[in-house]
Ligand binder design. Structure first.
Ligand code: ADP
Ligand code: MG
Ligand code: MG
Length: 886
């Protein structure tokens, strides 16, 4: 018989912290806390395997689990002083809590106070001498059980309590008298009966079994499915169910409940960080209903409890060697821990905590490197408000997740979704009273989140931090009229669609769009990157077309340029005219004249870039896009061009039509351009070599790499390479000096990968252009995937958009083959190591970086702001264990 149920109680437990797969994170850690002597109310965990069996078994709990549940229940009763579950005279109550292997905050439902009935509520009142508490607990369980297990709308219950408060003319729930609460119980039961068509169950065991079913059902509820989709969580068996003896934070002023982090999850500072509420239960702290007190204040209200809590904070950190997110309840002065888990944190905090844990000798450098999710570094690279900006701060809330963001106001998650569909490029800011798990889709789309209630542990704060989104909560000056689509902020009126700016680092709120500035790399960030650099094998280069980008990337640790696109260099005011003149020229001679005008511009661009990257290689790609991109397609634009060049508008139109292609991405572009118009390639090579000579003469090291794009047949490369060498020789002869340079190619056409051995006989380096390679391998036009990619992802035809992360099983084969064939052939023919890298967006995607490491590339190249992310991902790949969860 297999074990379905694992008990835990003071100092002993069947399970332990390593059993997350089976017991879920919450259950495993409850067991672990018991084992290390931390006070936890006793209980038991029903395994995730039972959840899987439940779904295999037509939503029925497997028979052999039932006696095990009963046995564990009896054990819990003994461990908790012999009280009996649902005993009418002195009832033991329980909570029923979900908990999967990965934490999914607020996604699954918890039911508290289970076991209360009409009879036992009386017993509880008598036994505790606290009727207010007993009836408050009773009305809560009817609400929680009704809404969680029986699908009654929670609002239906909320409506009743609001109505009663109005009738009684009181403001707070706690102002209701015992008789009011008894009345409320009556009304709640009526709501329950109306919707469930049955009475609230008076058999505690029946309540328990229905509640366990409800937790299993919530595993496939909308909220949970949505969360797993966004976080890309797959391959989990299901949720475990934790049944635990209730302790009460709502027994009066010597009771309370709270949540805390062992360090500040925003900044990573080693301070105790959290909130609590006196005389409150469960979700009250996180639901943003009452604004809670900061944890340090507990020292004034309950000094002994506070001291014990601080000791537990230390014990847990030493034990887990990691920052923890904890939940606790104080019942009449006695402290109980209800949860601990690895705390979610911002990227900034992740870095600081990892570095400080090394300094505290709890972990080593490599562990620190593995602890930080590469993508979370985005957070340290988040824009901050321009210090020079003179925006007026009109309100302040709680700084819940750092970084600055501006966006157009939307007042609901649905509005956010609608706005994003209509105007996908417009930044939006979600402004709400509070957020709930239903809002995650809209929250995900917003640049930032602003709420008028809630504390640092509220739903909005936790979720925003997880995603690295700027967030300000508890900004009471914000008053929203959702129906009218308007709001006031500290008296100033605004409406949906207006721009608003928040600073999640300070809690400031500003009306309008405030300018932001880019961050720099210093302190702990630099330290961690240094550790990453020690272990990584891949070099990290950047994609940069300007000296400014090159300099920024260098600051972020780039070791060269892997892709310098030259097409952008033709768009400046004077340049575009010369470029158009060249395209519109009829003869080679006229083309040559126009190109001669472009040469000094190109050369100056390259000089700037070579200087900014002095000492490192710079790969320059020859002109790649189709020529029609340089000509206007509208009549007015064509007329202007004609006028400027002194030719007829008809001629411009004719040329545009001539250049028209049905499929420009597969047309006259890449190496096909200089093959048909050799002068274009000549000019570019000349500009590169002349620039290199000039920079070398200034005493700087230049390592130009001339990259010929879109090669599919080795003969293309043979011709272009020969010509490039002639030009280079000519330049060097004229200058009377030599520069080292290489000529290589992009591998971005499947045929190039397949014939990589032939191509490598000619090419000194390969750079995989995985955007085009993906496009041509799949036959997906990368600019036209909007129509079908969402369906492909939803139907799980593809696990992930292959333009975001390399399709390892398909495109990956071509890359692997290309690397191997290319390297072998270069070695055999020239006894040389073929340098291989990747350029394009994949170079900054952590999963793709891991793949590049595995196939033995020399470097990856990505946009400047992703360089640190790639450095960390490369280090984790080298350590053989990348951190996947965020
Ligand atoms: P979540 O996964 O959403 O955090 P939990 O299972 O942790 O849900 O439950 C939410 C809250 O309910 C806890 O933070 C705690 O305050 C309260 N709670 C759960 N179990 C108990 C219990 N046995 N006694 C008292 N409070 C409890
Ligand atoms: Mg919890
Ligand atoms: Mg390409």
């Amino acid at each position: 018989m297999s074990k379905h149920v694992y008990s835990f109680s003071a100092k002993s437990a069947d399970g332990d912290g390593k059993m997350k797969e089976l017991l879920g994170g919450k259950g495993a850690n409850l067991a672990e806390m018991c084992k290390i002597g931390i006070p936890v109310p006793p209980g038991f965990t029903i395994t995730t395997e039972v959840c899987a069996a439940y779904y295999d078994n037509n939503k029925k709990i497997p028979e052999d689990a039932i006696p095990q549940i009963n046995e564990a229940l009896a054990k819990m009763e003994t461990a908790f002083g012999g009280k009996k579950f649902g005993d009418p005279a002195d009832p033991l109550l329980v909570s029923v809590r979900s908990g999967a292997a990965l934490s999914m905050p607020g996604m699954m439902n918890t039911i508290l106070n289970l076991g209360l009935t009409d009879a036992s509520v009386e017993g509880l009142a008598k036994k505790t001498g606290n009727a207010r508490f007993a009836y408050d607990s009773y009305r809560r369980v009817i609400d929680m059980f009704g809404s969680t297990a029986m699908d009654v709308e929670h609002e239906e219950f909320e409506h009743e309590i609001s109505k009663l408060k109005q009738e009684k003319n009181v403001k707070l729930d706690t102002d209701l008298s015992v008789d009011d609460l008894k009345e409320l119980v009556k009304r709640y039961k009526a709501v329950y009966k109306k919707h469930v068509k049955d009475d609230f169950p008076q058999d505690p065991k029946k309540q328990l079994m229905l509640a366990i079913n409800a937790v299993f059902n919530s595993w496939n509820g909308n909220k949970a499915i949505q969360y797993r989709r966004i976080e890309r969580i797959t391959n989990l068996k299901g949720t475990a169910v934790n049944v635990q003896a209730m302790v009460f934070g709502n027994m009066g002023d010597s009771s309370g409940t709270g949540v805390a982090f062992t360090r500040d999850p925003n900044t990573g500072e080693n301070v105790f960080y959290g909130d609590y509420l006196i005389n409150a239960q469960g979700e009250d702290v996180v639901a943003g209903i009452r604004t809670p007190e900061p944890i340090a204040k507990l020292n004034d209200q309950m000094p002994k409890v506070y001291k014990q809590l601080c000791e537990i904070r230390q014990t847990l950190e030493k034990h887990y060697k990691e920052m923890q997110d904890i939940e606790f309840t104080v019942q009449e002065g006695t402290l109980y821990m209800l949860q601990t888990r690895t705390g979610k944190r911002t990227g900034t905090a992740a870095v600081r905590i990892a570095v400080e844990l090394v300094k505290e000798k709890l972990i080593d450098e490599n562990t620190a490197v593995k602890r930080v999710a590469p993508d979370s570094l985005n957070h340290l690279l988040l824009p901050q408000l321009d210090p020079k900006a003179t925006a007026k701060v009109i309100a302040q809330g709680i700084a819940a997740s750092p970084g600055a963001a501006s966006g157009k106001i939307v007042l609901s998650a649905d509005a956010a979704v609608e706005h994003a569909e209509k105007f996908p490029n417009e930044p939006i800011m979600l402004v709400r009273k509070e957020t709930s798990p239903e809002d995650v889709a809209g929250m995900h789309l917003a640049k930032g989140i602003l709420t008028s209630t809630g504390g640092k542990a509220s739903h909005a704060a936790v979720v925003a931090r997880g995603w690295g989104k700027p967030c300000v909560v508890g900004c009471e000056a914000v008053k929203i009229n959702e129906a009218a689509g308007t709001l006031t902020i500290a008296g100033q009126s605004a409406k949906a669609g207006d721009f608003i700016t928040i600073n999640g680092t300070t809690g400031d709120v500003m009306i309008g769009k405030v300018p932001t500035v880019a961050p720099t790399m210093t302190g702990d960030f630099a330290t961690l990157m240094g550790w990453a650099d020690k272990v990584r094998k891949l070099k990290i280069r950047t994609n940069a077309d300007t000296p400014a980008d090159a300099a920024k990337a260098r600051e972020f640790g780039a070791e060269g340029i892997g892709l310098c696109r030259t097409e952008h260099m033709f768009f400046g005011d004077d340049r575009i005219t010369a470029m158009r003149e060249m395209i519109l020229a009829d003869t080679e001679e006229a083309r040559g004249k126009a190109l001669a005008k472009l040469l000094p511009y190109q050369k100056a661009d390259f000089v700037g870039i070579f200087e900014a990257m002095a000492g490192y290689p710079v790969t320059i790609r020859l002109l790649d896009p189709p020529l029609h991109e340089f000509l206007p397609h509208d009549a007015q634009g064509q007329a202007d061009v004609a006028k400027g060049l002194g030719i007829s508008a008809a001629k411009v139109k004719e040329r545009v039509e001539e250049l028209h292609e049905f499929n420009p991405m597969m047309g006259m572009r890449g190496c096909r351009l200089p093959l048909v118009y050799p002068e274009i390639g000549d000019m570019q090579v000349r500009a590169i070599i002349e620039a290199a000579i000039e920079v070398k003469k200034k005493g700087k090291t230049v390592l130009p790499e001339i990259m010929i794009p879109l090669v599919g047949v080795v003969e293309e490369l043979v011709i272009l390479k020969k010509r490039a060498i002639q030009i280079a020789d000519d330049c060097m002869a004229k200058a009377g000096t030599k520069v080292e340079y290489q000529i290589g190619t992009m591998i971005e056409i499947p045929r190039a990968a397949l014939t990589a051995d032939k191509i490598a006989e000619e090419a000194e380096f390969f750079s995989f252009g995985t955007n085009d390679l993906t496009q041509m391998t799949f036959g997906f036009s990368r600019d036209d995937i909007k129509g079908f990619m969402p369906t492909y992802l939803k139907e799980k035809i593809l696990p992930i958009d292959p333009f975001q992360s390399i399709d390892v099983s398909g495109v990956g084969q071509l890359i692997e083959l290309g690397v191997k064939k290319g390297r072998d052939s270069r070695k055999a023919k020239h006894d040389q190591h073929l340098k291989v890298g990747i350029c394009g967006e994949h170079g900054g995607d952590p999963d793709s970086v891991v793949f590049c490491h595995k196939v033995g590339m020399d470097y990856v190249s990505c946009s400047p702001f992703r360089v640190p992310i790639a450095r960390l991902a490369a280090a984790q790949a080298a350590l053989g264990e990348a951190k996947r969860d965020k």
